[in-house]
Design a protein around this ligand. Structure first.
Ligand SMILES: [Zn+2]
Length: 192
């Protein structure tokens, strides 16, 4: 079974994810399927909403990027290879006061071929659980921080187009409307 990635404006993308309370084999297997779907789509992050399930779960894998960023996981700069792909359940993000923001072009697997500038905090801290329910802490900057902010927005039903500045949002408006129409037409096609 492979998971399909839903596109805007599938209503599930607007649902806030339910907190995960049971960390069993079926959750671990779902997370593993999400990693496969993310890799197949050449993404660096994927939220459960994007595969049709509104729960507080996302996966992240930044090993293939050339961007520079820094991180500490559980207090140490563990090599990415040792903890990615990363499964993030029930994340709680904090952005320190006066954290400088960075504006950078962003895309989303639920918005094929649509990209736009989004201003986000340049550094974040997070607490989360892995697929076994074990707690972790993360501090990260740059693209890693951007990716966490983008994915955790998904878990709350917030999309990157909501974060775009007016001008950037305007520039993609037609493409966004066309995508919504394609998605709606696809969904309403009578099953045979
Ligand atoms: Zn996204």
């Amino acid at each position: 079974m492979s998971l399909g990635i839903v596109h805007y404006n599938d209503p599930v993308l607007r649902k806030k994810g339910e907190k995960i309370t049971v960390f069993d084999d079926s959750l671990a297997s779902f997370a593993a399927q999400m990693v496969i779907a993310m890799h197949a789509a050449h993404g660096i992050g994927l939220a459960a909403q994007q595969v049709g399930r509104p729960i507080q779960l996302c996966v992240v894998d930044l090993r293939g990027t050339e961007a520079e960023f820094d991180w500490k996981i559980d207090g140490a700069r563990t090599p990415l290879e040792l903890f990615m792909p990363m499964v993030v359940a029930n994340p709680k993000l904090t952005v320190a006061r006066k954290t400088p923001t960075i504006t950078s072009e962003e895309g989303c697997l639920s918005f094929p071929e649509i990209r736009g500038d989004v201003e986000r905090a340049g550094a974040v801290a997070a607490k989360f659980q892995d697929q076994a329910g074990l707690p972790h802490t993360l501090e990260c900057t740059g693209l890693f921080a951007r990716c966490m902010l983008h994915e955790i927005d998904h878990l709350n039903g917030i999309l990157f187009i909501d974060r775009m500045e007016k001008e950037a949002r305007g520039a993609v408006d037609e493409a966004v409307k066309a995508l919504a129409k394609r998605t709606r037409d696809g969904r309403t096609a009578a099953p045979t």
